[in-house]
Design a protein around this ligand. Sequence first.
Ligand code: NDP
Length: 313
Amino acid sequence: MEYRRLGNTGLKVSEISLGSWLTYGGYVEEQKAVASIDKAYELGINFFDTANVYMRGEAEKVVGKTLRKYPRSSYVLATKVFGKMGDGPNDQGLSRKHITEQCDASLQRLGLDYVDIYYCHRYHQDTPLEETLRALDDLVRQGKILYVGISEWTAQQITDAIHLADKKLLDRIVVNQPNYSMLQRYIEKEVMPVSEKHGIGQVVFSPLAQGVLTGKYKKSEAVPEDSRAAQKDLNMSRVLSEENLDKVEQLKGIAKEENLSLAQLAIAWILRQPNVASALVGASRPEQLEENTKASGVKLSGETLERIEGILG
Ligand code: NDP
């Protein structure tokens, strides 16, 4: 496993990281969840991701319980705040009250004294940006969080936050967590250039488009019974569009020529971007991590990247 600096910070994270959305505390039974997290650690993944809202705190419990047996200095753990955690008017968003209470609740579920990265899961229109940044700055000073991140903010929102933090001498955002894959490239236009300018690294979620970029979903076949798309509460129809599945079929040819699985090609393609610190994958079983982590360190040639571009358009 290779490691990269997270933006302009001194923190090193594994090129491939492991997340817990839908899976741990969710549709993956606990034994398999624990085995997957353990396998990730064994393979050199030092970066784990969760959120308060993932299965209303259950994901944090599984991740925390599993990681706690390892030395705290050997892994980087991120969680998030913003989503709805209760029915009250203050049970969501980025107010000082909600951030402060949720950070304590996450630490309790994780069974830890601090998290390395605390993300604002989305932008909150109803809270002044300064209130949010000050609340996060206080958490840094209290030692409960070490670095501040955001997820799915626009380039303008990122710029505003950086300028405000600099003006008020508050802790800066150092990491962004956007959706990015061969099938979802909106960040390339504005978010990535703005992040690069301000020393913000990307930790990109759903790099395999929720499994579509492994090639296991095919146009003419039913979805595999043991796959995410078969979960009854989930609707993956958008990402499973005919157009995407056609691209996947063509990409398989390139992966084969490169002696890579399609998942490995998809991750190596993401890691071609120097602004990406880590590709944040999910895994429903340990074998998937054995396959996916082999993408670390793979360099695709200019010619291969051009051929991929020809397919992606
Ligand atoms: P991926 O695109 O990596 O999809 C992961 C899923 O694909 C796995 O759970 C598995 O599902 C399948 N898969 C993975 N590897 C293989 C393989 N080698 N062969 C076959 N199937 C495979 O990422 P996720 O969508 O899970 O997102 C990753 C993480 O990003 C989340 O856990 C979360 O931490 C974060 N995230 C953040 C969001 C945000 O708003 N900030 C939003 C979404 C995610 P299965 O086997 O069940 O088919």
